[in-house]
Design a protein around this ligand. Sequence first.
Ligand SMILES: Nc1ncnc2c1ncn2[C@@H]1O[C@H](COP(=O)(O)OP(=O)(O)OP(=O)(O)O)[C@@H](O)[C@H]1O
Ligand SMILES: [Mg+2]
Length: 301
Amino acid sequence: MSDKTVGLWLYKNGGGDKIQQTLVNKLKDRNINTITDINLRGAIAKNEHILYNDIKLDELDLFFSYNAGEQTQYQMYLYKALDHVIPMINTFKALELTEDKFHTSFLLRQQGVQTADYKLCHRDDTHHLKSIMEQWDKMVYKPTDGWGGVGLTKIENQETLDMLMPFLNQIDLRYFYVEKFINYDNTDYRIDIVDGKFIACYGRKANKNSWKTNITSGGSVFLREPNDELVNLAIKAAKITGLDIAGIDILYDKVKEEYIVLEVNGIPAFATPQQEKLGLDFNEKKISAIVDLIDRKVNKK
Ligand SMILES: Nc1ncnc2c1ncn2[C@@H]1O[C@H](COP(=O)(O)OP(=O)(O)OP(=O)(O)O)[C@@H](O)[C@H]1O
Ligand SMILES: [Mg+2]
């Protein structure tokens, strides 16, 4: 079988450089060549080609992009173009979908997957927010394209909402997305899925002064076993969103007495060296699953 070439763009911090090296080696073992560090920020499109230095990216057998921290609009624009002509992991469509919290929740709910109850309304329909508040008691305002818990605001009463409104009106928003505040034990499950298969599960616990489990909000990671219900829920969410590689965040809603999918991530991080010391030992398994996936996609007729 003739040699194939895959372009890579992976994050380097938190042990990412080591992950990349392992991936490159494992692909080499399968006669798959790699070109690393293809940052679309430096690429240009020229007629029928997308060029990165002298490399015609449109002639690669696949492009694997895994760098959440450095994804800009320009890169996404080229990502979309490349996706029309070569296999991408993840696909542009799935990545774009899951970068948007509303679109993701909407699709999941359509397909019968429980999420946080939410509402979306036009920025001028602020009277809706007031009536929602009366029904829900507590809610969370979320930027639909946010990350790391930034901009999430818990609204606990009408006064907080009244205080927040002038601020929200100042920023250039087209709409409001709010979720009902979920009564949960301040821990979550993160389940990693690759190619429809379960890879790993761990938990995150919010800092005692916070209701957010994000590490950037002071949360911490801990070892946690999943059950079949959780694994099946994560596999279903990955399938619905179309992500080849997915990290599904799940909470147990104490009021509904069921698990709900809080978020689906298209670039879930590998375990950092520090987390590996804690016992999160899924990196090898995850890399192997990604190698199998790439192998299958590049050798598909
Ligand atoms: N509706 C909710 N009710 C209660 N807690 C919530 C709710 N939504 C979010 N949280 C808490 O806030 C944290 C961050 O929320 P979310 O994951 O939606 O946004 P984000 O972390 O900013 O996005 P990303 O994970 O893409 O970086 C969650 O991990 C959870 O602990
Ligand atoms: Mg999150």
